[in-house]
Design a protein around this ligand. Structure first.
Ligand SMILES: CC(C)(COP(=O)(O)OP(=O)(O)OC[C@H]1O[C@@H](n2cnc3c(N)ncnc32)[C@H](O)[C@@H]1OP(=O)(O)O)[C@@H](O)C(=O)NCCC(=O)NCCS
Length: 200
């Protein structure tokens, strides 16, 4: 496990959660977490997380170099899941994609923002320069959250994705350049000063 984890962080109501990357042994806890997500939110997630085989596959194929999954824990319960999807080579080697799901009990507590910042830092350490967030047109709340995190809408793919019950939607592509995050990080109270690996 990366040496900065487990890490205890405080959310807005003063309570604490512990962050640490997903490990194979966590698959039941992660599946249980997705069952707490309201249908209205689950409908728009990329994968069918109501299917235990999906989480089983994530556990079986775990490879932090490709997908870095960071979980937030309250005791032995997962309360949020955030992943950074990396390209191992090719013309998008410098680009990563972020996905975040915060459980209903912890939404609007700043946890989504904390997880995003952790993943931005991980992205920098991995040599990434640009982060993408993808969402359906219906996820206007999520769009606002990512805009507050410094993302800007860069493209719309019309009728490009289907939700979990098969209805087609526009896909919004939001992006964030990490240069500004990198420039500010040295004065950021939240993080220790990182060592940035050079991209090869
Ligand atoms: C989107 C999501 C991850 C946000 O997580 P969160 O922990 O509730 O967000 P935070 O509390 O960190 O909020 C970050 C900022 O966005 C704002 N915000 C949060 N939810 C919002 C909403 N529904 N509408 C508008 N603004 C919102 C917060 O006020 C905060 O801004 P501030 O720090 O300036 O006050 C969470 O709502 C979620 O999991 N939704 C379901 C899954 C999903 O849509 N994921 C996104 C697709 S990748």
């Amino acid at each position: 496990m990366a040496q900065e984890y487990p890490k205890e962080v405080k959310v807005k109501d003063g309570s604490t959660v512990v962050l640490r990357p997903f490990e194979r042994k966590d698959k039941d806890a992660l599946f249980a977490f997705f069952q707490t997500i309201p249908e209205a939110d689950r409908l728009f997630l990329k994968d069918n997380v109501a299917d235990p085989a999906v989480v089983e596959r994530w556990a079986a194929e775990l490879n932090y170099d490709r997908i870095y999954p960071l979980l937030a824990w309250k005791g032995n319960q997962v309360v949020a899941d955030a992943t950074l999807h990396k390209n191992l080579g090719g013309w998008m080697k410098h680009v990563g994609t972020i996905r975040i799901v915060v459980g209903p009990a912890f939404q609007r507590q700043g946890l989504g923002a904390i997880l995003a910042n952790e993943l931005f830092l991980h992205a920098l350490k991995s040599g990434l320069e640009k982060i993408v967030a993808e969402m359906m047109d219906k996820q206007q709340g999520a769009k606002k959250v990512f805009e507050k995190l410094g993302f800007r809408q860069e493209a719309v793919f019309h009728g490009h994705v289907r939700d979990q019950i098969g209805v087609r939607h526009d896909l919004l592509i939001l992006t964030k350049d990490l240069e500004e995050f990198w420039a500010n990080i040295q004065t950021h109270e939240y993080f220790a000063y990182p060592t940035r690996e050079m991209e090869g």
